[in-house]
Structures are given as C-alpha cells and as structure tokens.
Design a protein around this ligand. Structure first.
Ligand SMILES: [Zn+2]
Length: 419
C-alpha cells in the first residue's frame, strides 16, 4: 500500500495540552484522596472504574480494545499493514495507597493522546500503534509488582500470580474477575503477542530534570540492584560490668561495617545508591550489650560492571570486619541493569531536538514495566520533570506544559517507529 508519511513534526502539532490535562484530571477523580492524590490500587473498584473510563474514551474514538489473562488493557489504532506488529506505548493505571495523580497514569494518557493526535492529523502508520495499561505495576496491594508486564513477557507463571492474595486474603483471581466486570466486555488475547517496539512515558520520580531546568529525560536504561541481609552475632552481656575489651558487641561491629560500606559505595558522581533501610538491634534493652544486629543493604547502579564489582565486594569486606563477632551475609534479590535499545533512545533524543526541547540522557532510578519489555522488543522511556522530585506521594505534580512536552516527544518517537 502506498503511504504518504507525514513529515517529522506533524503529529506533535496535534498533541493537545488541554485535552491531556483534562483527561488526567478526569482520571484523578477516580480514587481521589483528601490531600489531592489518588488511592487506586491494583484490581480495586477504582482500578475497574479507571479501566472503564479509558475504554469508553477508546470506543468513542473508534479504537479497538482488548484484554488478556491478567487484565492488561490494550487500545489499538490500526495501521495500514494488518500483519505488522504494533508499536506499543503505555504504563499503569494503579497507584500506591497514598499515590499521586501522575505516576503511571501519565504514561497511559500520554499514549492515548498520541492515538488521538494521529487520528486528528489523519496520519496513517504502517504498524498499528497500541496503548497498554499494565495490571498492578505498583505491587502495593498484591505482590509481585509489575505482574501484568512480567506475565506478558513470559517472566512469571499465571497460576502462581492468580493465587497471590492481598492482606485481606482476597486472591488476584477473584479481584481480577470483579475488576474486569466493571468495564465493558472485550476480546481476550494471549500473552506475548509480538511488539515492534515499546516506549513508556513517565514522570521522573526524582529531582534531576527540575534541578537542571530541563524538560525531557532521554532514558538510557534502568539501573540494576542487589539486596543483602546481614546478620551480625555477638554476645549479650551486662552493660555495667562488662569491660569494652571483653565485649562482643554486635552493634559496634555493625557500625564499623556500615562505615566501611559507605566508603566502598562512595561515589563522587552520586550515581551509586546504597541504603540501609532496616536496622534491628537485639535484644533491644538499654542495659544489655547487643548480641545480634540484622540489617539490610539496597545497592543500585545502572552499569552491570559496577553492580557486579561493588556487590561482590560486600561479603568479603563484612567478613574481614566481623571479629570479635561473626557475620552471615545473604543476597536476597538481584536485578541486572537494563540497557534500552539505541534505536529507541536515539528516536527519543531526536524527537526532543526536533521539538526544541531541552533534554539530557539519564538512567531510571526506579523500576518500570519497560524493564520487562526491553528483552522482547526495542524499548525506551521518556521522562518529564515532577515537582521537587516527589513521587509515591499525594502531592506529586507535573505541570501541564511538561505533560504536553512529553506527549509530543512520545508522538514523534512513535510515528518514527511505526511508519
Ligand atoms: Zn509508575
């Protein structure tokens, strides 16, 4: 079929700032909290209402809707080649219990705005362009997180996921059935359908873009992480009678370990992230020398070499510092860094340049659904600034201008990949 591809810069002129802002406001009413955020946890009534609202908008514009075995919601604008795999975009509609109005939902609605802009511009793409709202990215009500994108990508087992329960004992299976009943019936499709590319727009959830006065983050990948649990064992003793030289004080030993770890993880460029989020001192009595300390290490970096080298150095370092106590170091989780596809990264960077928007390359500090799409198809992400870098918080805010800029970059990127 002969195509008359629109010149670069066409579709973004049809990206409508007011319409996108209105859709974000309409979505934010579902699960709205008194402090201005949203509580729209995965597979809740509010999640079902959000899906119904998006489905209604999609049907009204003549787009096709579909779902799958975990309730991922797909909105498709057809391309000229029915055999071509879709170029996909999207994110998630679920939120944290005290979540904001932009985390996730921005990526879904920016994608939907692109579908509408393509429609308004009358642009025909060869590939279909498809918006997806992944089920349960947040993992606040049901673990594991990112279950929708992980199942789509073949990285989890459906029966295992359906059997997961929330703190009230409600299973994913039951909650999913109730949630899907709130949206109109639609065709179901299998997991793992081919995708030509995947591009996810998201608020940065960090302070960097705002601090540098930039509009667009060209995301190069998602940093890797390694989690450890450390157990230091000493000996409980009387705090008044035991000389320091005779003590096996688990806390003092743990303190030396933390100091040495801070030295190991010191990074003048401030890219390494190292957090001791849990620190338990036992037995926790003011007049007993601590006999045991349990603490956790969360360590992250975008470079696989650094993740390996620094992570592998942790256990030997802690063992060398253990005397007169003993130490057990257990790695509890390992996630390799994800590098996004240069094809998509370059398309995002070029789109920002084309639109005259200030931008920088950067890694993602948080995990996203894009992590699971990256091994399946050329994948990338677009960040926009959020106020004070605050996210997972009811005060989370991104300006209409920045939301529009991100959607415009997304539009140009998707068209380039879909033509
Ligand atoms: Zn998110």
């Amino acid at each position: 079929m002969a195509l008359s591809p629109a010149p670069a810069g066409t579709v973004s002129r049809f990206v409508n700032q007011a319409r996108l802002a209105q859709r974000l406001a309409d979505m934010a009413r579902i699960g709205a909290t008194a402090k201005g955020g949203v509580n729209r946890q995965a597979l809740s009534v509010e999640d079902g209402q959000a899906r119904a609202l998006l489905t209604g908008w999609a049907v009204a514009r003549g787009f096709d809707v579909a779902t799958d075995g975990i309730g991922n919601l797909f909105v498709r604008r057809a391309g000229s080649n029915p055999d071509a795999a879709p170029v996909m975009t999207g994110s998630h509609l679920d939120s944290q219990p005290t979540g904001g109005r932009y985390d996730g939902v921005y990526g879904v609605l920016a994608g939907f705005e692109v579908l509408e802009a393509l429609e308004d511009a009358g642009i025909t793409t060869r590939h279909p362009v498809e918006v997806v709202a992944w089920t349960n990215e947040e993992g606040s009500r049901f673990q594991p997180y990112c279950m929708g994108s992980a199942l789509f990508a073949g990285k989890m087992d459906l029966e295992m996921v359906l059997a997961c329960t929330d703190p009230k004992g409600i299973s994913v299976r039951d909650a999913l059935a109730e949630t899907l009943a709130l949206a109109p019936p639609m065709p179901s499709r299998p997991f793992g359908t081919p995708a030509a590319a995947y591009v996810e727009a998201h608020i940065e959830q960090g302070p960097r873009l705002e601090a540098e006065g930039l509009t667009i983050g060209v995301v190069q990948g998602i940093q890797g992480s390694r989690w450890f649990q450390v157990e230091v064992t000493g000996q409980e003793a009387h705090a008044g009678t035991t000389p320091h030289g005779a003590r096996k004080d688990a806390f003092q030993t743990a303190l030396r370990m933390v100091t040495a770890l801070n030295d190991l993880m010191h990074d003048p460029d401030d890219i390494i992230r190292c957090t001791f989020g849990r620190f338990e001192v036992l037995p926790g009595s003011p007049n007993t020398v601590p006999g045991k300390v349990i603490f956790t290490i969360d360590f992250r970096h975008p470079d696989a070499g650094v993740v390996k080298e620094k992570g592998d150095a942790i256990a030997p370092l802690l063992h060398s510092l253990a005397a007169p106590c003993t130490v057990m170091v257990k790695e509890t989780s390992t996630t390799a860094p994800v590098d996004f596809d240069p094809l998509v990264v370059e398309a995002v960077r070029d789109a920002a340049g084309l639109l005259g928007l200030s931008h920088r390359d950067m890694p993602s500090g948080a995990n996203h659904d894009a992590k699971f799409m990256a091994p399946r198809c050329p994948t990338g992400m677009i960040f926009i600034p959020c106020k004070d870098g605050i996210s997972h918080n009811e005060v989370e805010y991104a300006s209409p201008e920045h939301c529009h800029a991100g959607a415009a970059v997304l539009a140009e990127t998707l068209v380039r990949l879909a033509v």
